[in-house]
Write a protein that binds this ligand. Structure first.
Ligand code: SF4
Length: 175
């Protein structure tokens, strides 16, 4: 027993090493995103996350953008509680039948200009739920989608790159 106690004092904790992320690259991505949002909108970007029937895997990666490691809010990008305050709808899941109307109403409640970003393979074509009686076969059948970020689930860096690409494309269109 004493040996066990001693070992537990000197042994390293059994936790995984933190993910290897290039902090400078993340900072650059988020700063570019904030700069483009201010050019396009005159302020920082507000994001409303909508779970349209996901397995929660995509949500975990989206939530990671707000954790102490990625800390998206330090660049002025933030998640909002209402679609009425949002510029971007970040939608996950295959859009279940139960969520179809809720997603349409959320889309209607979001002021223009607005963008819809479909996150994950499920949002693209139903993913692993494709063919189920309970889901639609792709988010574009329910609301217009401006950008797909593929992956099952996509990593936080991919989410940032996707949002950046969205703003770059819309700035080019605006001229
Ligand atoms: S894309 Fe993958 S992680 Fe995301 S909701 Fe679908 S099954 Fe889950």
């Amino acid at each position: 027993m004493r040996r066990l106690l001693f070992e537990s004092l000197v042994r390293r904790p059994l936790t995984e090493a933190k993910p290897a992320a290039d902090d400078a690259m993340l900072g650059e991505l988020a700063a570019s995103l904030d700069r483009l949002a201010r050019q396009r909108l005159g302020r920082s970007l507000s994001i409303r996350e909508v779970d349209a029937g996901s397995c929660n895997g995509c949500e975990l990666e989206i939530h990671a953008l707000n954790n102490a490691f990625y800390d998206l809010e330090r660049f002025g990008l933030h998640f909002v509680a209402s679609p009425r305050h949002a510029d971007v709808l970040l939608v996950t899941g295959p859009v279940t039948r139960n969520m179809r109307e809720a997603l349409q109403r959320t889309h209607d409640a979001t002021p223009d200009p607005k963008w819809v970003v479909a996150v994950g393979d499920c949002a693209f074509d139903g993913g692993i739920f494709s063919g189920s009686y309970a889901v639609t076969s792709g988010m574009s059948q329910v609301v217009p989608v401006d950008l797909y970020i593929r992956g099952c689930p996509p990593r936080p860096e991919q989410l940032l790159k996707g949002l950046l690409a969205l703003l770059e494309i819309s700035s080019e269109r605006q001229g």
